[in-house]
Write a protein that binds this ligand. Structure first.
Ligand code: 9RB
Ligand code: ZN
Length: 368
């Protein structure tokens, strides 16, 4: 097995400014802070643990190439692209679209390289030069809709890669499984009327964006049934996520029969994340990866690309990420330093209300 891996130093140079979630504002009592919640150090630390753990040497490094305008325009409007490009030329940069997603001068170049990193990984997986892979890209993408960025996302990286796979590589059906704790609203929006791209989002119900990610959002027109949402209650952990994979995600993938699976891989469902209230551990993420690999082996000759989304604990994200990479490489789980604490907090028990929420999502695959 060969695992591809994408990282570029400038992914660690995303300039999130001096706010924490909102831009700092003395008049509003918003103190400046050195580390925004989405500060890129979290992802850089993940990469550094990949290097120090020796995993980097066991993977095939894939060089990110900036996505071209034609790649971005497959999923975004020209107005969105032009606005990002224009703001990126400003001395102090701009914002992806919602006022809490700042980027610095040249932010466009990093965003294009982030989307391009996802493309390169998918290209090599489809070409068979690697069996599977992980693109540790930044900025993230899953909140970006056709017309705007939001939630720290500029371009929808997984969608740019899926569109590339369809248009350039001739892949007919792509499934995007989003386990970031927030709703993958942008990805859903982009493919909402398209039955050739199945979007599945497992998220903490109503965590972000507001009013988004309901089970009732199922796609429209020809795309009806090809958007699946599995909103989970706060406090869901490894057991609830595994149950959701068992009951909904894996059967849906088997019915849909994609030729490529892309996992929008956020680590903000982790038990130590500051931006959500779920209880997933690194061991959980490794198990989810096993499930996805097994499903991919059955339905699409193992073609599966993991693309980084959120994850805001600089402490714990590196261990969650390394756990996923270990599974891609077929290695055993290795306890991380946090295991003695996080494994005792109860996220490995499926609670009745979690199972009930998941059961409500089971009928959603009937359409496939
Ligand atoms: C703002 C609000 C947020 C909250 C969470 C995220 C996480 C994104 C992520 C991003 C922005 C609300 C600025 C609500 O990790 N995605 O994967 N901002 N929240 N209202 N306002 C004004
Ligand atoms: Zn997230």
């Amino acid at each position: 097995m060969t695992t591809g891996y994408v990282w570029n130093t400038v992914y660690g140079w995303v300039d999130t400014g001096t706010g924490s979630l909102f831009p700092s504002d003395v008049t509003a009592g918003l103190q400046p802070i050195s580390h925004h919640l989405a500060h890129p150090d979290t992802k850089r630390r993940f990469h550094e643990l990949v290097a120090v753990s020796g995993l980097l040497d066991r993977m095939r490094s894939i060089k990110a190439v900036p996505a071209g305008e034609e790649d971005i325009l497959r999923v975004h409007t020209a107005q969105h692209l032009e606005r990002i490009k224009a703001e990126s030329l400003q001395p102090k940069g701009g914002d992806a679209g919602d006022g809490c997603s700042p980027f610095g001068k040249g932010g466009y170049e990093i965003a294009a390289l982030s989307a391009g990193g996802a493309i390169e990984l998918v290209k090599q997986i489809v070409a068979g030069t690697v069996d599977n892979g992980y693109a540790l890209v930044n900025p993230p993408g899953h909140h970006a809709t056709r017309a705007t960025g939001m939630g720290f996302c500029m371009f929808n990286n997984v969608s740019v890669a899926a569109a590339y796979a369809k248009t350039v590589l001739g892949i007919e059906r792509v499934a995007i499984v989003d386990w970031d704790v927030h709703h993958g609203n942008g990805t859903q929006d982009i493919w909402y009327t398209d039955p050739t791209v199945l979007t599945i989002s497992i998220h903490q119900h109503l965590c972000f964006p507001p009013n988004s990610g309901f089970r009732e959002e199922r796609g429209e027109g020809d795309g009806y049934g090809y958007a699946i949402n599995i909103p989970l209650p706060p406090g869901s952990g490894d057991a609830a996520y595994l149950h959701a994979l068992d009951r909904v995600v894996e059967p849906a993938l088997r019915s849909f029969d994609p030729q490529l699976i892309i996992v929008a891989s956020g680590f903000d469902a982790s038990i130590l994340d500051p931006l959500a209230r779920q209880m997933v551990t690194s061991a959980g993420f490794q198990k989810f990866t096993r499930r996805m690999l097994d499903t991919a082996a059955d339905v699409c000759a193992g073609r599966i690309a993991f693309v980084q989304e959120g994850g805001y604990s600089p402490h714990y994200v590196p261990y969650c990420g390394v756990a996923v990479l270990r599974e891609l490489l077929g290695e055993e789980f290795v306890d991380d330093p946090y295991t003695p604490i996080v494994a005792t907090m109860g996220g490995d028990v499926l609670l009745a209300h979690e199972a009930a929420a998941i059961e409500e999502a089971v009928p959603l695959m009937a359409q496939l």
